[in-house]
Design a protein around this ligand. Sequence first.
Ligand SMILES: [Ca+2]
Ligand SMILES: [Ca+2]
Length: 157
Amino acid sequence: MTGIVVGDPDPTDSYSFGEVPLAAIAGVVYDDLDGDGTRDPGEPGIAGAQVSLSGDATQGPQTTGADGVFRFDGLEPGEYVLTQSEATGFIDARETLGSAGGTLVAPNRIESIVVAAGELADGYLFGDVRAASSPVSSSSTPTTTAPRMRARLESPA
Ligand SMILES: [Ca+2]
Ligand SMILES: [Ca+2]
């Protein structure tokens, strides 16, 4: 509080009351290559996805760059909503809540993110997968396929 003199007689004094450190909400839109809902090492960010902030303030949409990162700065303490839309060629996968929590209410929509003064709420992950490759493909779990079942699947119809 240095520099602020209580009772300053200057009528043009512009100090505002209740000045608080501002918060930020950040995260990444990423390519969930194996469709497991977790960002694993080597799973890249997605460029061209859009993320919007709503709630106690509205910002965006931000369009992600190659790293998939989005970040909303300058937020008053309050409650916010993140909404994501896929980049061309991608479909929805699973989302992961970040450090300030929240509620996943629908695909690509996280509500009730409550941030305190000066808080950086990070780690909000929006997972998408390429539309060309099915996220429910069984090809990623060959070791759990019984030989008999595999033989049946591979036999001619
Ligand atoms: Ca993954
Ligand atoms: Ca998603």
